[in-house]
Design a binder for this molecule. Structure first.
Ligand code: PLP
Length: 414
């Protein structure tokens, strides 16, 4: 459920007609529903109300500082994967002791930044990273709290590009090696072991891979406790999927019920790192049809948003539902919805049956809240679109449309 709906044939976000925003800010633009963001955060967070837990929103899924701030006011922590995301989180008013730092390639500079900020924990992904963290902490006269990100070798049955918990993936430490790495961490002067972490992939539509992962991690935690390594936090990562087309992912309450069942007597605080499940269906990309074009074998809608604005269809072949902003109940036509970028992979939809659309019409590309704006680029020297946050009958520009000057920022002719 979300707050995008038709009223008298016009698409609204909460109580604001989308066309009104388009008139004001132009197209394309990202539009988020504040009520949906809040509801989705609560749906996830409250599902775990009966156990000790911290919901760390995955910043990379949707990084706007206004949205991070909104989640911070709801009590969220953040899951970050870069110094830039730490900076955003701090600017958004997130408490540093609710921030977990994931990622396979943290630089020394990023590690130092995390230490100085006093984050909750570093999720380590290699022995060399562990050495560097220990050295940096020693130099700063600080202690670093750590978890090791374990790669449980569980198949998340999702797109290969967003699967992260298989042996062949670059992420984490495999289960067998992790015990030895924990033993090694015990010997380090400046590290405090506090947790075990994992993140097996994204857009999971079943609970089973999470349960398999949990069972493997429980075994590890038991072994570590035998060695007197006290594990206080179990970080189960993110990855819960959403409905883009006709997927039927478990509701957060179902996900929580199964995990909580399996977690009794474990005596750990849980950390979750959800991204997509919270923001995915809370955002849409609005674009205008520049031209309709009939090729020898296909009909094209050439729109003003391209792969630089929404990369998922080109990158993963992802499906996004597309609907007209003004619904005129016309017969359906099969079309490719394509952008202005000079690449054949620049499409938002292929072979899609849409009601007949005219030049100048507005289209809403749905479920674009996660990995939408945050993956956008300036490819083809296209200024990135603005981000709009709707609250009831008002809307706010939470990021301006970029200008041509923005495109050249930092460039110089020697
Ligand atoms: C991307 C990522 C997440 C969020 O994944 P979603 O599928 O959006 O929930 C969580 N944790 C880590 C380490 C990630 O890399």
């Amino acid at each position: 459920m979300h707050h995008f709906h038709y009223q008298d044939g016009r698409l609204y976000c909460e109580q604001v007609p989308i066309e009104v925003i388009a008139q004001e800010v132009g197209t394309p633009f990202y539009c988020y529903s504040r009520a949906t963001l809040i509801r989705h955060f609560h749906a996830f967070d409250k599902a775990f109300a009966e156990v000790n837990h911290l919901t760390c929103f995955s910043v990379k899924s949707c990084s706007n500082v206004a949205i991070l701030h909104l989640f911070a006011t709801l009590g969220a922590g953040m899951d970050i994967v870069s110094g830039g995301e730490l900076y955003r989180s701090l600017k958004a008013g997130v408490q540093p002791d609710k921030i977990v730092f994931s990622g396979v390639g943290k630089s020394e500079e990023e590690i130092v930044y995390g230490l100085e900020a006093g984050i909750l924990m570093f999720n380590l992904e290699s022995p060399q990273e562990m050495m560097l963290l220990d050295e940096c902490a020693g130099r700063l006269g600080r202690r670093a709290s750590i978890a090791i990100r374990v790669n449980p070798d569980v198949d998340p049955r999702t797109h290969p590009y967003i699967s992260t918990g298989l042996k062949e993936n670059k992420f984490g430490i495999d289960l067998e090696a992790s015990e030895a790495m924990y033993a090694q961490a015990m010997e380090m002067d400046n590290l405090d072991i506090i947790g075990v972490g994992c993140h097996i992939g994204s857009q999971l539509t079943e609970v089973a891979p999470f349960v398999d992962t949990l069972d493997r991690l429980k075994g590890l935690i038991a072994k570590l406790r035998q060695r007197n390594i006290q594990i206080r936090y179990l970080d189960l990562g993110g990855g819960l999927g959403i409905t883009y087309a006709n997927e039927d992912p478990p509701h957060p309450t179902e996900y929580a019920r199964v995990l909580i069942e399996d977690l009794r007597h474990l005596d750990c605080s849980l950390i979750f790192e959800p991204g997509r499940v919270i923001v995915g269906n809370a955002g849409t990309l609005i674009t205008r049809v520049l031209y309709t074009k009939k090729g020898p074998v296909k009909n094209f809608l050439v729109v003003d948003a391209g792969m630089n604005d929404l990369f998922r269809p080109s990158l993963y072949g992802s499906y996004h539902h597309i609907q007209p902003v003004i619904d005129r109940e016309r017969p359906e036509v099969r079309v490719d919805v394509v952008g202005p970028i000079c690449e054949s992979s620049d499409f938002l939809a292929r072979d899609r049956d849409l009601p007949q659309i005219d030049q100048g019409d507005l289209l809403a590309v749905m479920s674009a809240g996660a990995y939408g704006f945050s993956m956008s680029s300036n490819y083809n020297s296209r200024p990135r679109p603005p981000e709009i946050l709707v609250q009831e009958d008002k809307f706010e520009v939470i990021r301006d449309r970029e200008t041509y000057e923005d495109l050249l920022r930092g460039e110089r002719i020697p």
